[in-house]
Every structure is written in C-alpha cells, then in structure tokens.
Write a protein that binds this ligand. Structure first.
Ligand code: ADP
Ligand code: MG
Length: 604
C-alpha cells in the first residue's frame, strides 16, 4: 500500500487546490457548487467512517445517524438560542462524540455481523426518537432552520468553503490517527483483536475512542448541513440510503487508506448525480449505484487506491524478485546488551514468591472439561516445562493464565498478586507475555510495525504519540537485533516463514519487557536451525532474569532447557518433577511418551 502513499497525497492535495479555486474561476457555478458540496459531505462522512470501520475493521452501516445528531443539535439549540445552527458546529461534534461514546460502549461488545446489524438498529432508533419527540424535533414534519443575514445574496459559496474546510480538517484528523499509536493499535485490532489484547492493547478503550472520533466529523458537518438545507426532518429512507452511500464511497475509494474515502465520496456522488441527470429517475439511479457496488466488490474488493497500489507495486517489483529470506542467515545473533532488552524496574525479585501460580483451575467447554483442577507454580527465574498429549489442556491453561478465558473455578497469581479477574491487556502490562501455538502476527503490518504496536502502558500521551516516535523504535530495533531479525524490519509479516514468524512473535512479546513469558509450542513446525536459535534465545533471556513457561512436544528440547517439568494428562497434572524424574517416570512413559519413546537428550 505504501507504494502509492506519495502519489495519493499529491492527487489529494491537487484535488483540494482545485476545489479551492473552482468558485473563483467558474462562471455558471451554482449548480456544480451544490453538487460538489454534497460530494464533500460524502468525503467527510466516508473519512470519518474510515476511522472505526476502515482502520479498526468494525463496519458500521448506520453511521449517518451522527450526521442527523449534528443536524438536530445545531437546529434545536440554534432555535432555542436564536443562533444559526452553523455557528454551533463544534457543539454538533461534541454531542455526536458524546452519544457515540455511550453507543460505542454498548455496541462494540459485539463483532462482525452482529455489530453491523446493531448499527442499523441504532440508526432506526434515533429516527424513531426524532419522529416521536414532537415538542423537541417537530416530529415527522421537522422544522425550518433560521438563516443568517449573509445567506440571502450568495447562498452556496460560503457553504462550499465551509465544507471544504471541514473536509481538510477531517483528512488531517485521519492522517494524525493513522500516524499515532492509536492508529497502529486500531489496525492491530482489525488484524486480530485477541492478539492485540495479549500484547497490552486496551481494545475496549481503543475501539470506543475510534468510534467517538469517527462521529466527530459527522457532527460538525451535520450542524452546517442543517442550515444549508434550511430544515431538518427525520426522513428515514434517505437516512439509510445516506449510510449506504457513504459506505459505498469508502469501499470504492479504498477503506483503511487516507485518500480513498475522499476520492470515493466524489466518485460515488458524482456517479449518482450523473445518473440522475442521464436517467432522471430515482429507480434508475439506484440501479446504477447497485451496479457500481457489485462491480466494486467483485473486481476491486479493497477499493480503488489499494488496487492501483498493488498494480503499481507488482510492476515495480517484477524482476527484482522478492528477496527470499535465507533460513541460515537468521542464525546469527548480533550482540546486543541483553539487559536493555529485558530490564524491568519495580518488579519483585523475592525468590520465595513464585513468578506465576495457578490454584485449582477448572475450565469447561460444554461437556468437555479441558482443564480439571490444575494447581502448579512457576518458580521465579526458572524455565518450566509443560508437556502432555494433544488435547490435554495445555493451551486452555495458558488462556486461563493470560485472561483470554475466564476459568470456571480457581485463581491465577502473578508475582503473588491475584490477577484472576484482570483484563488480558492489564496482565500484559504487569509482565505476563505469551506467544501462540499458531502464530498470530498482524499480517498486513511490517515486522517493525508489529513490534511497535504493543503499549507498555495506556495513557493519552502514548495514544497520540507518533507510532515511530521516542524510544520505542530504538527498542524495537534492539530487540530485532537481539533476535537476529534486523534485516526483516520492513518486510510484511505475512511474507515470513512460519518459524520466522514465531521468532517475530517472541520479539513482539519482549517489547513489553515481560517478567514471565509463556511459549506455546515455539518449536513446532520450524526448521532445526531455528530451533537451536530459539533455544539459545530462551537461555539468554532466562540468564538475564526472565522466567519462562514453555509448552512443547519436542521432548529432548524441553528436558534440556527446563529446570522443572509439569506433565498434563486429560486436564490434570499427572506429575511434576525435574527433567530426570520425568524422563524415568513409568507413568509418564506410559501415558504420554509411549513405549518406544526417544528421551535421549539430543544435540539441542
Ligand atoms: P492442548 O493445547 O494440550 O493440545 P487444548 O487446551 O487446546 O489442548 O484443548 C483441550 C481440550 O479442550 C480439547 O478437548 C479441545 O477440544 C477443547 N477446547 C479447547 N479450546 C476450546 C474451545 N475454544 N471451545 C471448545 N473446546 C475447546
Ligand atoms: Mg495446544
């Protein structure tokens, strides 16, 4: 996508310049000015929508409700105070954002289809309120809006410039968000929400913030639009159509991009206007818009800008074959001061308090009891192993420890503190890091972006900071150096081999300076060179004071690395002991390893 960022910025800037000049040079401008005003309105709405639906991936189909809220806020307060609604556009934005916080807090608990449907329901709900609260809204008839004096001689041009200004501000807002840590977090949420939480992203806060911010441009534009139209009514059909059109604009241009929704707004409303002129009939217009929607979804599902970008990118990279990443080169770890990687201040170093402890954990899925009363400790500074056959509950136990699942019974203690009720991201901030059995990197992001996405703490300052700002990038590069991954910094995560992705995921976790790392089958499915590399990284981290809990089927690796091993079978702890005790335990041999096991410690 980056291949087109600069050209898109140029096209966008030129577009704005042309729009600025148009009323100055156009002679018979009034008709086109009024068309362009609606184009800009759609560009504003599609860009605002892009914040929650393009960046964070929560598709809202009822977002025009915030335009209506802006319109009613401006019109109602304007009537009460005797001011033209336009002057109240800031209030329109504030009210829209405030309502969005409440609505977002409720609706963002749902995902995908349910979320889409709820957003439509919210729109209908507000329409119903507007129709029935007659004393406030004038009911179905609505009411006429007071016009300012200057309005009488040059009705469209001032509005034209106000909408242009709002459009520029909206683009600036989206650009700012995209560059911030908030934006990185939103893209992370779109990629994989559960994973985002596990690296310390407060997903609820991010989503509600994005949802509220996305309503702000609607609220501003609404107050102005009410005055431009001269009246407000809750015309339901129009409202739903408006939501559909603005989503269409963002989809056609390219959601998730800065300029896509802007360009889409002009294309969609332009096409709509052209088809009205050509066909003259409402039904034909809708037919044409329907055809555009179908063609877009079929032939450029990502939208115009990303499609062009991919096309340009492919032509560019032809011949210069994508650098294939040699497995062997990764084995060289550059010497990086390990302390700066792992150092975590304010952490208890009392060896008596276990780094992690679970007591009586039970987790059921319907009739299956995946974890059945597990109690175990992970001593501070140890490398502890957790082995057991497939389906014995190891991953489920991890999920209970990290907060992905709430256990049905039992408690989890991190450094002696009961964290059973804590959110996933809070545990991550307190030093609990984990990797996944099947890697869960943010595939559309580069390796570096994957590393700077985690937040060590959540604060407004962190959220608005540039995503490559401060020491985070330096730290990310140090961690990549430490892992021997420096040369992959700019590569898309999806382009890496499975084993490399596992190392990147570990690097990502290290960004949080975890005091304990849970590794879920780090060596499965990866090349032997990388296994050696992995073992050495784990040892070095452990030497520097990091506690490790590792689930692994590679028994020689586990027995050579670990100080202590717990064996799980059918959701219960079968035995715990030193590697030697485990190696020779007849129960383990029978239950897990089988008679023809290979327990020799190989050269790992
Ligand atoms: P392991 O990691 O040891 O292979 P798991 O913890 O993945 O084992 O699975 C333990 C048991 O719990 C299995 O029977 C599995 O089918 C079941 N299980 C795990 N996760 C879920 C889930 N989200 N929903 C239903 N059943 C699950
Ligand atoms: Mg598992």
């Amino acid at each position: 996508m980056s291949a087109l960022k600069k050209p898109a910025n140029i096209v966008g800037t030129v577009l704005i310049l042309l729009l600025f000049l148009y009323p100055l040079v156009g002679s018979e401008t009034r008709y086109f000015e009024s068309v362009l005003i609606v184009c800009m309105l759609y560009a504003i709405m599609a860009s605002g929508w892009n914040i929650i639906s393009g960046l964070a991936g929560y598709v809202s189909l009822g977002h025009s409700v915030y335009l209506y809220i802006g319109m009613y806020t401006g019109a109602i307060l304007g009537k009460m105070w005797g001011v033209p609604p336009m002057y109240l556009m800031v209030l329109g934005g504030v009210v829209a954002a405030a309502i969005a916080v409440v609505v977002g807090f409720i609706t963002l608990r749902t995902r995908s289809h349910s979320f889409v449907i709820i957003t439509i329901a919210v729109l209908l709900l507000f329409m119903t309120i507007a129709q029935n609260w007659k004393s406030l809204t004038g009911g179905t008839d609505g009411f006429i809006v007071k016009q300012p004096e200057w309005n009488k001689d040059s009705p469209t041009t001032p509005y034209y410039y106000i909408f242009l200004g709002l459009m520029v501000l909206t683009v600036a807002l989206v650009a700012f968000i995209m560059r911030s840590r908030l934006g990185a977090g939103l893209v992370a949420i779109r990629n994989d929400e559960g994973k985002a939480a596990s690296i310390g992203i407060n997903t609820t806060l991010y989503k509600v913030t994005a949802y509220a911010l996305s309503a702000v441009p609607f609220g501003f534009a609404g107050a102005v639009y009410a005055q431009y139209l001269g009246f407000v009514t809750p015309t339901t059909a129009l409202a739903i159509l408006m939501s559909v059109f603005l989503v269409l604009a963002a989809l056609v241009g390219g959601r998730g991009t800065l300029w896509g929704p802007v360009i889409g707004g002009f294309l969609v409303w332009g096409a709509n206007e052209a088809s009205t002129v050509l066909a003259g009939e409402f039904s034909a217009r809708l037919l044409i818009m329907g055809v555009i929607l179908i063609l877009t979804v079929m032939f450029m599902p990502a939208g115009l800008l990303p499609t062009i970008s991919r096309f340009v990118h492919r032509r560019k990279s032809q011949g210069s074959a994508v650098a294939f990443i040699d497995q062997a080169t990764i084995a060289q770890t550059r010497d990086v001061a390990i302390d700066s990687i792992v150092a975590r201040t304010g952490q208890s170093t009392d060896p008596v308090v276990p780094a992690l402890e679970v007591k009586g954990i039970v987790k059921r899925f319907g009739g299956v009891t995946a974890v059945d009363g597990v109690s175990m400790t992970v001593e501070r500074g140890s490398i502890t192993g957790l082995i057991g056959p497939n389906g014995s509950g190891k991953t489920t136990l991890f999920n209970c420890m990290t907060g992905t699942f709430q256990p049905d019974e039992g408690a989890v203690f991190l450094n002696g503190e009961d964290i059973t009720r804590q959110k996933v991201w809070t545990r991550a901030h307190e030093g609990l890091g984990r990797t996944f059995q099947i890697t869960r990197l943010f595939k559309s992001m580069t390796v570096l972006d994957n590393l700077v996405a985690p937040l060590e703490k959540t604060s407004v300052r962190e959220l608005v900071a540039g995503r490559y700002s401060g020491e985070d990038v330096e730290r990310a590069r140090e961690v990549l150096d430490f892992m021997g991954l420096a040369q992959f910094e700019g590569q898309e995560a999806a382009a890496l081999s499975f084993g490399q992705q596992k190392l990147v995921e570990l690097a990502q976790v290290l960004m949080l300076r975890p005091s304990i790392i849970l590794l879920d089958e780090p060596a499965s499915g990866i090349n032997p060179t990388l296994i050696e590399k992995l073992a050495s990284v784990i040892r070095r981290l452990n030497d520097a004071g990091t506690t490790v809990l590792i689930v692994e089927h590679n028994i020689p690796l586990v027995l050579s690395l670990c100080d202590r091993v717990h064996v799980l079978a059918e959701g219960q702890v079968l035995i715990s002991g030193t590697p030697d005790e485990i190696r020779n335990d007849p129960q383990v041999i029978e239950a897990y390893l089988g008679p023809d096991h290979m327990l020799e410690v190989n050269d790992v």
